[in-house]
Design a binder for this molecule. Sequence first.
Ligand code: SF4
Length: 259
Amino acid sequence: MTGTAADETRAAEVISASAADVTSAAARVPDLPTLDHAIAGCRACPNLVAWREEVAATKRAAFRDQTYWGRPVPGFGPPDARIAILGLAPAAHGGNRTGRVFTGDRSGDVLFAALHRAGLANQPTSVAVDDGLRLSDTRVVAAVRCAPPANRPTPAERDTCAPWLHREIALLRPTLRVVVALGAFAWAAWWPAMSRVYGRRPPTPRPVFGHGAHWSGGGAVPDVLGCYHVSQQNTFTGRLTPAMLDEVFTEVNRLAGRI
Ligand code: SF4
């Protein structure tokens, strides 16, 4: 994506420069558009800010003519979604370039093709913020909103970013029925979010992540489904296939009451 002047002005309206700022700002935002703007203005993790901006400045050769987003990447999808797809963090040359989660990289190609097959996206591709992609009943979010080196945020960065996720889940709560955790990191990030938003203690022992793992919230809280992450490492090796994704999203549609 090319960041417009309006984007920059909007992002500059709210600057969170510390973990305390994130907690305070997240608690105040009244709706998802405001949350998205607040996230885009966050600079609370110095190492991630430096990394995302360095990547945006140096670029990958294939994208050298593009202006990278180089900021935190907000969630994407309607505010009344019944389904949340929870990923790890934006990719350096994907979301960090385009400004939309899972957009502009191979992981997104796999994910949005699966969502399209499941009737949850109007098109199978996700290449740029202005590509016309619309999701049905589905919001895609990340546990950490800035691209981390080696796709590995630190525990401190995960915890600093958590209030954004918790507020997003709280705003989706009236309609949210199912959460799909893409990978073990997202699976682990869900339980504190559930505790914080729904006031429910996480189950003990904590359910173990696995592809197809299903924890039922019994109607009081969303069900959680585990799915291998749509990373190239998983999809290129055949650990995660389109058929496996189709099974997961068929179950997601059933749990969400869509079929
Ligand atoms: Fe802010 Fe989250 Fe990015 Fe840290 S990772 S700077 S908390 S948006």
